[in-house]
Write a protein that binds this ligand. Sequence first.
Ligand SMILES: C[S@@+](CC[C@H](N)C(=O)[O-])C[C@H]1O[C@@H](n2cnc3c(N)ncnc32)[C@H](O)[C@@H]1O
Length: 234
Amino acid sequence: MAIGSVWEEEAERFVAILHLSQERALHPELSRLIEDCPGEQLLDYGCGDGRILETLSSRWVIDAYDPSSLMRNIAQRRVGSRVRRLASNPAEVDGPYDVVLLGMVILCIPERDDVLRVLRDCALRMKASSRLFVTTTHPCFRPSHFSNFKTSFGGAQPFQYLADGAPFEVTLRDSGTTGIVFTDYHWSLGFTVSALRSQGLAVSSLIEVPDDPESPDRNDLVPPFLILECNKLS
Ligand SMILES: C[S@@+](CC[C@H](N)C(=O)[O-])C[C@H]1O[C@@H](n2cnc3c(N)ncnc32)[C@H](O)[C@@H]1O
């Protein structure tokens, strides 16, 4: 994990954010996709505060992993009763799982090799019928403004789409709140799909999630979020 990342230094402040575009746009779509999957064993890899888990049906037996002790404490508080195991090390959750969720994690990782390692970890915990859901902010539209976030790309910083691993600033603010600024890392679509493939994973569908339908500030032109649904290559 990046030294000095928001997860270590400002975990409480970050999870206090409502993040309405995630709540109203990304999470309903992601929950629907997960509920459509067969099976009941689910791993939330890089679970953060675990808020997506609150939206899932009781069918799912859930394990979660996060390397940040602060995030694990917050997840324990928020969704501890919903989770079978909350692991500090991926070795504690070896699966296999029917569904692996990698939600908003790759964009927190600055190093290419670490992205590959995380994808490999996910693949190792899957079987032929498993599904992996990778979510991220849409890498193609970083210069656009969305209902509750914008990035430094296209403003103070030129948007070099092919500069994989480039850090950029995200300003996230729900209306009526002070918000937060943090750093994410850009991974192009081409890099992401190749990285998945290098770890034995194929993208079976790519879902571009439109902005928060309830926000007066929604961006009707381009989607803020991307979900990559993947399966294991045989
Ligand atoms: C933006 S939060 C996303 C949390 C949650 N998955 C969600 O979708 O709301 C990113 C999380 O990824 C975790 N993380 C960062 N680097 C990671 C890594 N190399 N492996 C696993 N998790 C990581 C952080 O600790 C943080 O909790």
